[in-house]
Design a protein around this ligand. Structure first.
Ligand code: MN
Length: 178
């Protein structure tokens, strides 16, 4: 009886563990073939015989992006679009430069979670840099303000005025910025 109970308890504990993960690699690499006419979830693999060193290289990340915009920031993404060798590896990164008082506006990545691996605090008088690690070869980005106030077709100002508890003029003013 006791043995059965412990077996049951063990099975219950074991079964409660989440075993989900990205599919494991079935080959050493799968360099993205952007010329392929095969449409799969991601990119088809280039013929391994034609893979070259450059498929795994990217340079230029040591240079700051252009921060002269309304947000005072620049995002330099390095994902499968820049390094075809990242295909199927589930990782990418981005360099974010901040001008004094600049910001990277609130956003989400629909296909990835994000972690900052390096950040220099923006003290106001100096530029700052953040390096973000993302758990997807192609994380995507949805900037909240653009999606809410700059969508095409636009979201009715009636709806947004109520949602943000302001009058319609305020909404129209913000929508006009996009
Ligand atoms: Mn981000």
């Amino acid at each position: 009886m006791a043995t059965k109970f412990f077996l049951l308890a063990f099975l219950a504990l074991w079964a409660s563990r989440a075993l989900a993960s990205d599919p494991s690699q079935l080959q050493d690499f799968c360099v993205a073939d952007r010329t392929s006419q095969v449409f799969v979830n991601g990119f088809a693999c280039k013929d391994p015989k034609t893979v070259v060193v450059e498929d795994f290289l990217f340079s230029g990340l040591h240079m700051a992006g252009n921060m002269s915009n309304k947000q005072g920031s620049a995002v330099s993404a390095v994902n499968v679009a820049h390094i075809p060798g990242l295909n199927t590896l589930g990782i990418s990164l981005a360099r974010v430069d901040y001008a004094p008082y600049g910001q990277n506006p609130p956003h989400i990545h629909p296909r990835a979670s994000e972690g900052l691996i390096h950040f220099q605090f923006n003290t106001g008088d100096k530029e700052a840099i953040a390096i973000a690690a993302l758990s997807s070869k192609n994380p995507g980005v949805i900037t909240i303000a653009n999606a809410v106030f700059g969508s095409v077709p636009s979201i009715s100002d009636d709806i947004l005025a109520k949602a943000f508890q302001v009058d319609k003029k305020a909404v129209d003013h913000v929508q006009a910025q996009f």
